[in-house]
Write a protein that binds this ligand. Structure first.
Ligand code: HEG
Length: 147
């Protein structure tokens, strides 16, 4: 069971409070699909992903980016049981979508880069350390069905 200090809880809530799901979600998913193009294999129904421009302008990518961040918001609000919260989602990604779990970490990294770009110096090492811990727990929870 993961322990969260009061300071860590505050940092996670503060980072989340400064984020817009509608802005950050699409950007993070688009980055994943552009920087790690093999991740496109899971999104065959999303239409044109053939260039960075088409990924960035693809409405299905934007919509799904918002869905992913919507799920992340639930984790922000349930820090003490992210594993339980994501058990069904992990099953879906593992059993049905067959997503390679390495990709969860790649998306988490893309998300951190998008946030760092947006927050600038406010995303200082202490904030990053806590945010990284949060994403680590999210990735482990989403991967739980695989192991
Ligand atoms: Mg996943 C569906 C969350 C990483 C591929 N993803 C979903 C859904 C949620 C979600 C909430 C909708 C579930 C439903 O319909 O019941 N995904 C989610 C999170 C993260 C993640 C929180 C990581 C932080 N997903 C992820 C990655 C890939 C992927 C890395 C592939 C590289 N997800 C994926 C696909 C679908 C979902 C292919 C189905 C999309 C669709 O058909 O609309």
């Amino acid at each position: 069971m993961v322990e969260w200090s009061a300071a860590e809880r505050k940092i996670v809530a503060d980072v989340w409070g400064k984020m817009s799901i509608d802005e950050i979600g699409p950007q993070a998913l688009a980055r994943l699909l552009i920087v790690y193009p093999w991740t496109q294999r899971y999104f065959g129904s999303f239409g044109n992903l053939s260039s960075a421009g088409s990924v960035l302008g693809n409405p299905k990518v934007s919509e799904h980016g918002k869905t992913v961040l919507g799920a992340l918001e639930k984790a922000v609000k349930n820090l003490d049981d992210i594993k339980g919260l994501y058990s069904k989602l992990s099953k879906l990604h593992c059993d049905k979508l067959n997503v390679d779990p390495d990709n969860f970490r790649l998306l988490a990294d893309c998300l951190s880069i998008v946030i760092a770009t947006k927050f600038g110096s406010a995303f200082n090492p202490e904030v990053q350390a806590t945010w990284q811990k949060f994403l680590c727990v999210v990735v482990a929870a989403l991967s739980s069905r695989y192991f």
